[in-house]
Design a protein around this ligand. Sequence first.
Ligand SMILES: [Ca+2]
Ligand SMILES: [Ca+2]
Length: 104
Amino acid sequence: MSDYANLPPELQDGAIQLARDAALGCNKQGVPLNFNYADRNVAFWGAPDTDVNGADLLVCLQFVLGLKTPTNEDLAHGDLYPIGAPDGQIGLPDDIQLQKLVLF
Ligand SMILES: [Ca+2]
Ligand SMILES: [Ca+2]
């Protein structure tokens, strides 16, 4: 008998949900499971460097415009808004937060 079968039914439901979340890379609210660094570093896309500059602003804008789809890793670094409660999306408010750092 597997360890799973030994779990009480309510924990089996939780185990199924955790497995589903892990497979999707996000919870049912769409919030990525990766830790949210919110360090604004999304460029170079797929291999971020150590700087936050115009390249990160450009990649963020491409997410906002739908030209690129952010990965969970991108969301972990670039999902800046709402501050302290990331919503699993990179949109215009996230881009504005990034612009505040890079341009001002
Ligand atoms: Ca960067
Ligand atoms: Ca966001």
